[in-house]
Design a binder for this molecule. Structure first.
Ligand SMILES: [Zn+2]
Length: 247
């Protein structure tokens, strides 16, 4: 028994990247046949959450915060709000063999790069049963890679805000009946591929996702203009620039 009165549970559970503390504790408890509520109370009663989880999981307390962001010093208290969480990639959760997991939604985490599955991120979050395989839709994969690269280039807060701005533009266009396709065959074709790959997504979500590559391009244009106001505007693809003006 450790000095904290907590013992290492026999079956290890690996945290998923960005997982919430409550999700990880639930999976740790379920894998070891312990009541999740009891485990949560044990951790809650301990003065140091990181040390308590390390004692129960057998993981190094120095590396736990890299996987569980809520353990990082200064992490915002409101980060556990439902609107900031989404299901982890279901294939990552399956590989970890400890049941469904919840992660903090992050602007740079819209596609699981390991399994090439769409998980949505904070603005386009979807349920676990709405995740889908992007591998069969090359434009979505390419846009997802560009999305990750831009988030790294501009930083998460700035990129996330600009991407949300682009999505809201699309939302207004969708509400006014200006989507789908806007006369562009590539978008109409992508809409059909998405409907086949993601049968559990709503029609509205499919409309928005069909525009995803253009949304990423538009986000990049927003950031360029914001940081270099005198720069020559770069035309964005698929008419999103048009929608910005008419909505
Ligand atoms: Zn995955």
């Amino acid at each position: 028994m450790s000095a904290a009165g907590l013992i290492v549970l026999p079956l290890p559970v690996r945290p998923l990247g960005g997982e919430t503390v409550s999700s990880y504790l639930h999976r740790l408890a379920m894998r070891n046949g312990v009541s999740p509520d009891r485990l949560a109370r044990m951790v809650g009663a301990h003065p140091d959450t990181t040390e308590a989880i390390a004692a129960l999981s057998g993981l190094d307390p120095r590396t736990l915060p890299s996987a569980l962001p809520q353990l990082r010093p200064g992490f915002p208290d409101d980060a556990d709000r439902a609107s900031r969480r989404c299901p982890a990639c279901t294939w990552c959760a399956l590989a970890a063999r400890a049941g469904p997991a919840t992660v903090l939604a992050a602007p740079d985490r819209v596609v699981c790069r390991r399994h090439r599955r769409w998980i949505g991120g904070p603005v386009l979050a979807c349920r676990a049963d709405q995740q889908f395989d992007c591998a069969s839709i090359p434009a979505m994969m390419a846009a997802g890679s560009r999305h990750h690269g831009l988030a790294a280039q501009w930083g998460l807060p700035g990129y996330g805000a600009a991407f949300a701005e682009s999505i809201h533009t699309l939302g207004r266009a969708q509400a006014r009946g200006l989507l789908v396709g806007h006369g562009d065959q590539a978008i109409n074709d992508r809409r059909r591929l998405l409907a086949s790959a993601a049968p559990n997504l709503s029609g509205t979500a499919l409309d928005i996702l069909a525009w995803y590559p253009a949304t990423v391009a538009h986000t990049a244009a927003i950031l360029r203009r914001r940081h270099s106001p005198k720069a020559t505007p770069t035309p964005t693809r698929d008419g999103l620039e048009y929608l910005t003006h008419v909505t």
